[in-house]
Design a protein around this ligand. Structure first.
Ligand code: PHE
Length: 340
């Protein structure tokens, strides 16, 4: 092949390369020129048929052609890639001055929220927070709490039994006995957690939450219990809260009281939350029955204790104006969003 023909092939290929608009076309040209069946490859193969003295010159010409075409392909490749990058940057440009989309923040569920609030107040007053098992023995849930088998006071707390001896705890009071067996007085503990009873309506759920408090020391009296609960209630519901103590009965405390607080919705005037009474029943408490102390190995001649236990679901419902306990367990996002 004449050198002029080689030159013409070169300028044809380079013109095609220059005109290529995208990477696909460019690759097609590469294959057409340099691929196995390409024009330049075919020329190199033809060198075999030339007389030996012509080969070096022809070889040099082919090399020059290949070099020029490769360089041109590479330049075009760089240019197309650069173009693509610029186009992409332009298309994907973000306008940082646009207003942001509303970010949805989660919130703490009302039950853990009330547990946090109450335990924070109690920890400030020197209490330790402890937990106990939800699957409990009949002994810790009932017998160690001075509720013997077949005693009528069991009717107050019908729960779910796995066997005659193993049940879902009906009260966090079960943790009292466990802790009294292992701790040396004086001590102050609160134990929040899940509790279970065979009960279900707008204000009762088969699974609910309680928080138990227990203080054991020398010279404990009803005055200590009343002042501690007054501080606790006022810090939770507000300093203007009125507290009422009524005599009551629990097998594990003697004497026993029930504690009411002035309704935080109407401040004692009477409204639908408190059914017009101005007061809300909130918790049970009392001086630990000496029998309960003795059963757990604490010398009741030397030590006395007070205990209190409240329903956290009810407390949360009062704090947040929730009228149906089931809302706490439905996990309806619309409800939870209102709890922020
Ligand atoms: N455990 C009692 C209940 O569930 C509440 C209570 C606790 C009463 C501690 C007195 C002392 O009804």
């Amino acid at each position: 092949m004449e050198n002029t023909e080689i030159k013409r092939l070169q300028s044809e290929l380079i013109a095609e390369i220059d005109a290529a608009k995208d990477l696909k076309t460019l690759n097609e040209i590469r294959v057409k020129a340099l691929g196995k069946a390409g024009a330049i490859t075919a020329l190199s193969k033809g060198m075999r048929d030339l007389p030996a003295e012509e080969r070096p010159v022809f070889g040099a010409q082919i090399n020059q052609l290949r070099g020029a075409v490769e360089e041109s392909l590479q330049n075009k490749l760089n240019a197309l890639e650069q173009e693509n990058l610029l186009r992409q940057l332009e298309e994907e440009k973000v306008d940082i001055t646009e207003p942001a989309k509303d970010n949805k923040l989660g919130s703490v569920h009302p039950i853990p929220d009330v547990i946090d609030r109450l335990t924070d107040i109690c920890v400030d007053m020197g209490f330790s927070v402890v937990e106990g098992p939800e699957i409990e023995s009949d002994y810790y849930n009932f017998e160690a709490m001075n509720i013997p088998k077949n005693h009528p006071s069991r009717d107050m707390q019908d729960t779910f039994f796995f066997t005659d001896e193993i049940l879902l705890r009906s009260q966090t009071s079960a943790v009292q006995a466990r802790e009294m067996e292992t701790r040396k007085p004086p001590f102050k503990i609160v134990c929040p957690g899940k509790t279970y009873r065979n009960d279900s309506d707008a204000t009762h759920s088969p699974v609910f939450h309680q928080m138990e408090g227990l203080v054991v020391d020398e010279n404990i009296s009803m005055a200590d219990l009343k002042s501690m609960l007054t501080i606790l209630m006022r810090r939770l519901f507000g300093e203007d809260t009125t507290i009422r103590f009524r005599p009551s009965f629990f097998p594990f405390t003697e004497p026993s009281i029930e504690v009411d607080v002035s309704c935080p919705s109407c401040h004692g005037k009477g409204c639908s939350t408190c059914k017009g009474t101005g007061m809300l029943e909130l918790l049970g408490a009392g001086i630990v029955n000496p029998k309960v102390l003795e059963m757990s190995g604490i010398d009741s001649k030397k030590y006395r204790g007070f205990a209190f236990g409240f329903g956290l679901d009810r407390t949360s419902m009062i704090l947040n104006g929730i009228n149906n306990i089931r809302n706490l367990y439905r996990n309806d996002v619309r409800f939870l969003e209102q709890m922020k």
